[in-house]
Design a protein around this ligand. Structure first.
Ligand SMILES: *Cc1c(COP(=O)(O)O)cnc(C)c1O
Length: 406
């Protein structure tokens, strides 16, 4: 099989047939002239398909040895289109209990009003998934590693349950991308992506993609996309194609940086816990080693993503002090870009997740999600060192105050 580095650059792409351009033109056209009434036009209207978007779809499909992907305006547009396409009123879905906040909102606030029932279960426990299956279950949707706690789900184990139940398995693979995890090879039906994250990688676009080897499903997705109007824009598809070329290279280095930083954090006295699937202390270290099989050129060991979740001893006040005024690390909601970004899930990305569901999932006030970028890790560690000094000062101050009161 052709390597991921080569496919990221060439997969699904040929020089533009009219100009020979190596980089596909941005086809900024609403509609397309048709030769006759016999309906042989490839493109008709840019809500249905667009030539630049099609290049991105060919490229993302090629990465997973699949037919062309279906691309969307955002990751949430992809997930919404998928669940709208594959659910009817009265149906039931099973989802990971730790999930991207937007996916939780979609299911709880939108699909629920249309009679689609859902159970959120700890999908790291296959027995819990098996027990949640009902006669009305129509799909299983998992995210691994989960956002933001990084808990893993065994894709093969859940695929076996889905297959016994006769339902498709949707895997949100935004965090690892096909460079590290290959959901379709493990029995998944659809790989779900927010291309906003690692695939673009430059904080330049929002976008989404669904990749599958099930042609009938892909056709249904295209039809619902055309109907609800959730397609990607050509500008964003073009930028995403540019980002895609360096995906394996970026992700490899970002993962290596993350491994160094996770070890450093684990040894720091202000840090209560570090979750990073590449640490020996990670509860599912063995599953990470089994499941994360991608090994881009030059990577000495398996890669486990570039996100770290760590908890500060000083809770919310310490997080507030730590994340203010960092030099290189930006407080922001995105992840996966070359810029390192820190997020406080409780007040930012997961603010809409009910507190009780949040706490059950281990998303506490002191939790920080760090998306490690491409900067030199020594500079990032120096930045984190100063941040944790600020956190320590706040915790010390708090302790002195409470001693004075008692
Ligand atoms: C960001 C994200 C999404 C949603 O993608 P958007 O492009 O922001 O709409 C879905 N799943 C995961 C895991 C994400 O990180």
């Amino acid at each position: 099989m052709t390597s991921i580095e080569t496919l990221s650059i060439h997969g699904g792409r040929t020089p533009d047939p009219t100009t020979g351009a190596i980089v596909p033109p941005i086809c900024q056209s609403t509609t397309y002239a048709q030769r006759g009434l016999d309906g042989d036009a490839v493109h008709t209207y840019s809500r249905a398909s667009n030539p630049t978007v099609s290049v991105l779809e060919d490229a993302l499909g090629a990465l997973e040895e699949a037919p062309p992907a279906v691309c969307f305006g955002t990751g949430m547009a992809a997930i919404t289109t998928l669940l709208l396409s594959e659910s009817n009123a009265g149906d039931h879905g099973i989802l990971s209990d730790v999930l991207y906040g937007g996916s939780v909102r979609l299911v709880r606030e939108v699909l629920a009003r249309f009679g689609v029932d859902a159970t959120f279960v700890d999908t790291s426990d296959p027995a819990a998934v098996e027990q949640a299956v009902r006669p009305t279950t129509r799909w299983i949707f998992i995210e691994t590693p989960a956002n933001p706690t990084l808990k893993l789900t065994d894709v093969e184990a859940i695929a076996r349950i889905a297959s016994r139940a006769g339902v498709p398995l949707f895997v949100d693979n935004t965090f690892l991308t096909p460079v590290i995890l290959r959901p379709l090879d493990l029995g998944g039906t659809v790989s779900v992506y927010s291309t906003t994250k690692y695939i673009d990688g430059h904080n330049a676009t929002v976008g989404g993609a669904l990749v599958s080897r099930d042609e009938a499903l892909l056709e249904r997705l295209q039809r619902v996309r055309k109907t609800v109007g959730s397609i990607q824009s050509p500008q964003n598809a073009w930028l995403t194609l540019q980002g895609l070329k360096t995906l394996p290279l970026r992700l490899k280095t970002q993962c290596e940086n993350a491994a160094v930083i996770a070890r450093w954090l684990e040894a720091h006295p202000e840090v209560a816990r570090v979750a990073y699937p590449g640490l020996e202390s990670f509860p599912q270290y063995a599953l990470a080693a089994k499941q994360h099989t991608g090994r881009p050129r030059g990577a000495e060991a398996a890669l486990h993503g570039a996100l770290i979740a760590f908890t500060l001893r000083g809770g919310l006040a310490a997080v507030r002090a730590a994340l203010r005024d960092c030099e290189w690390i930006t407080l922001a909601e995105n992840l996966g870009s070359v810029e390192s970004l820190a997020t406080h899930p409780v007040t930012m990305t997961h603010g809409d997740v009910p507190r009780e569901q949040r706490e059950r999932a281990g998303i506490d006030d002191g939790l920080v999600r760090l998306s490690v970028g491409l900067e030199n890790p020594a500079d990032l560690i120096a930045d984190l060192d100063r941040a944790l000094e600020r956190a320590a000062a706040v915790r010390e101050g708090g302790r002195r105050e409470s001693l004075a009161i008692s």
